[in-house]
Design a protein around this ligand. Sequence first.
Ligand code: GCB
Length: 623
Amino acid sequence: MLYPRESETREVRSLDGIWNFVRSDQANPTQGVRDEWYAKELSKSRPTIPMPVPASYNDITTDNLRDHVGTVWYDRKFFVPRSWSKDQRIWLRFGSVHYEAYVWINGQKVVKHEMGHLPFEAEVTDFLNYGAENRITVMCDNALIQTTVPQGRITEVPNDGGMTIVQSYTFDFFNYAGIHRSVHLYTTPRTFIEEVEVTTNLSKDATVGEVFYSVSVNGSAANEADNVLHIQANLYDKEGILVANATSDQKLGGKLQVNPVKPWWPYLMHSEPGYLYQLEIKLLATNDELLDVYRLKVGIRTLSWNSQQFLINGKPVYFRGFGRHEDSDIRGKGLDNALMVRDFNLLKWIGANAYRTSHYPYSEESMQFADEHGIMIIDECPSVDTENFSQELLGKHKSSLEQLIHRDRNHPSVVMWSIANEPRTGSVSADSYFELVANFTRSLDKTRPITAAIAVPNTQDKAGRSLDIISFNRYNAWYSNAGRLDMITQNVIDEAIAWNKRYNKPIIMSEYGADTLEGLHMQPAYVWSEEFQTEVFSRHFKAFDELRKKGWFIGEFVWNFADFKTAQTYTRVGGNKKGVFTRARQPKAAAHLLRKRYFALGRDLDQCSFPDDLFTYIADLIS
Ligand code: GCB
């Protein structure tokens, strides 16, 4: 699915802003559908409150909307210009609604979509009033059950006043809900470019680059025998200079060659990381009439892997990064450009070259940003704590990967697919389940390796054989042997070796860390203090350096980039505090240590230079 972009043949309009909002009665979640609230303005059925889009709705009000379970409703009005009635199509596109969405335009149902964190769209050409006012209504359901991705449970339990509905889930982040990303209306010509798939290659000496593109076209002209559509593809460098072009003869795909090429490199692996070309795809009719134009950024790079290494452009990669969350005060999981740019500034400040989109796909805007800044992404689907493996769950799990790969396959920053976080891979049914999920993923994209972040002991795991790279999560000195800093280094070494021995594949430690309350200081280190987090990191670094010598240990990912909100439990003080940064995106003490390590690794492995302020002057004697 293509990101909505303007061009000489396309217009894009945002529907972001303040919408009207109604919550359904928890005990009666389908009432709005039965009573057809979508048939007229919501305010005619129920009192509405203002609700920002994009944002999670949970933390906006001062009442208990935070813990609402079930359906909520949004609506707003918008104008469609008269000029849009001309010979073209109009599309309505949501960047994401969590978890399930039903959408009506002027009272007519146009689309239903299940799965948070992923875009969906519908053609609304025939539903709109042109040169007039229109109404969009959205019903969003946040209920998670055993066959949703991720899974949860809805139970009815007694409370002080009678019975109430409770949502529970085992995953460790708040089930924020609502219209999380932007809503767009956009136009395309009647016959238009529907999909573009790009893959790239480099010559052995990395001087010549190849861009393979394949286009799918939708529209009546595509089916007319006498109208042989073709593609003109132009590739421009960063300065806007045309460096390659091709006209495909009666085909909707082809190859561009760039010589000399500037490959896409990760941050700190090269002096010019994140180099992007612009690919211009022009759809032409037989008579060379221009039907549609779509432009996208392309990074030219290769990925390869074997039983020991993961390589980019032929060079072994050592990942130094984070598990993260899309999470912030007030807006929850709502897209926020200020937060996104701040986060990338912090990632670069700290010298990270990668993150995992734990535990669901992140915004398309952040994927584009990662391309531009050379941050490698392990792209995770929304399957967390996967258990009770059923056919229905399998179908939805596969669908989440299909949607994810279609959305993200053209991003050079995406270097790996993660098919689950901490699935219960000790159970017998996990074996065939993950084989099916991994094979399905491979059938959609063979150019990237597959991983999953596993937490069961390696002796019990049944998924690793289906993966290309093994990632494991472990909390030494926290969930096991709490406070025992002397029980980290050897345990990490032993466990990584055991994983490698069992599967003979590259190994990543995809989570480690300790909850840390900003401002709590204790010497000697004590759990929850800043000193403790710093020590926990340092003991892990020691293990990682031992493991790096073995050749198959390829990365370290701290849990977590920033503090984030979770469900309420007695183990969480205002949320999960394992952030290296606070929820307000300020560094804790351990951030300064991590920064020194990540830059030291960058200098050692990739010859990057140190930032001037990496070390604080102490005395002439020490440098
Ligand atoms: C994990 C999970 C992550 C949690 C983390 C923790 O293993 O993958 O979602 O937040 O542990 O802090 O407990």
